[in-house]
Design a protein. Structure first.
Length: 377
């Protein structure tokens, strides 16, 4: 397999704004890297630059320390799996898998061995004689993966390969691709707009927005220590709650306040906010870090009470989502299903201030994340 190095790569179409802005990143050998973000953020363009399907406007791209800016796609030793599978409809599964090897003029006996080994890995041996039209969506996706695997490339590129599958198949194929990555020891760059795919599949995640890399980190770090408000709101379902307010100090204690709330800052977060006294910031808290029953948590040292009226409820069976308003801002609480809770009911909420996030009002930068970067320099 191989490593990749993006050295300040940029992409512009014609005279328009940059589609990808200063992409600088190393992809380690055998790493599963996921590029995630909304439509138009530049993630697929980045993938296509690796494949050689798009020219690089500025910067350099290396595969195993070899500069490939001007190397033809066929000579980069990469394999790409597309969203629409891109199978040849007139060929059998066997011939689809063998096609690339035939172009490479591999011996017939070797092709047969490689095709059958790949089919065995993907459990599609019984499909080798069928044509794509006789396959289900999940089976077509396996064949598309097989066509990439059979070539044993340095790098696998996957462009939203599961987006055409139903939800049940997507879950199944996520697991299959993850297992495949471990079995092959492959270097994979995977593009998706689905945060669940990103969080469950990637060793590291690259979150992009408007051509700019917002954060690169493991799923755990992305979720628990987002670099900015955009990342915090993009990752997590339902998304993080945000409330604008001000930091004040009173009798040596620090509080986050709005017109109607006053939340004492926990000891873990006090140092983060000392430089923001009397400044406006944004408070963030995930729906699962607000409780309706104090018995749901092991300790109540960092819990702050707040009484609010339920405006609406979504019950999914195993859990329910409660919706409130705080100073005109929506507030969502994830809670275990409770048939005794009703719309219009006033209940006590317990906010875990140790789990709170704080962001600069204008830039959206995480105050805590910014401090951690400084501490680690």
């Amino acid at each position: 397999m191989a490593s990749l190095m993006f050295d300040h790569v940029k992409k512009r179409y014609g005279n328009s704004e940059l589609t990808v802005k200063d992409f600088h990143l190393e992809v380690k050998d055998k790493e599963f890297l996921v590029l995630v973000g909304p439509s138009g953020c530049g993630k697929s363009t980045t993938l296509r630059m690796i494949a050689g399907l798009e020219d690089i406007t500025e910067g350099s791209l290396y595969i195993d320390e070899t500069l490939v800016n001007d190397v033809n796609p066929k000579d980069r030793d990469i394999a790409m799996v597309f969203q629409n599978y891109a199978l040849y409809p007139h060929m059998t599964v066997y011939k689809n898998l063998a096609f690339g090897l035939k172009l490479a003029k591999e011996p017939k006996e070797k092709i047969d061995v490689m095709v059958k080994e790949t089919a065995k890995i993907l459990e599609i041996e019984h499909l080798l004689g069928r044509k794509p039209k006789a396959l289900s969506g999940g089976q077509r996706q396996r064949v598309a993966l097989g066509r990439a695997i059979v070539r044993n490339p340095k790098v696998f590129l996957m462009d939203e390969p599961l987006s055409n599958l139903d939800s049940k198949l997507r879950v199944q194929m996520r697991t299959e691709i993850t297992k495949l990555h471990k079995r092959l020891g492959a270097t994979i760059v995977y593009v998706t707009h689905d945060q669940t795919e990103a969080m469950t599949m990637g060793d590291r995640i690259v979150i992009m927005n408007e051509g700019v890399v917002q954060q690169v980190a493991s799923p755990d770090v992305i979720y628990n220590n987002p670099a900015n408000k955009y990342v915090a709101g993009f990752i997590g379902s339902p998304s993080m709650n945000f409330i604008n307010g001000r930091v004040i100090e009173k009798q040596g204690n620090i509080y986050f306040t709005t017109d109607n709330i006053k939340l004492p800052i926990s000891k873990d977060n006090t140092n983060d906010l000392k430089n923001y006294i009397n400044q406006e910031i944004t408070f963030g808290i995930r729906p699962e870090d607000i409780y309706t029953d104090i018995k749901q948590v092991d300790t109540n040292e960092s819990l702050v009470k707040y009484t609010a009226k339920i405006e609406s409820i979504e019950n999914t069976g195993s859990e329910m989502f409660l919706y409130f308003s705080v100073d005109g801002e929506p507030l969502t609480v994830r809670n275990k299903s409770n048939p005794n809770i009703k719309v219009e009911q006033k209940i006590t909420l317990y906010v875990d201030m140790n789990k709170a996030h704080f962001f600069e009002k204008e830039s959206g930068t995480s105050i805590k994340y910014d401090r951690l970067l400084t501490d680690n320099e």
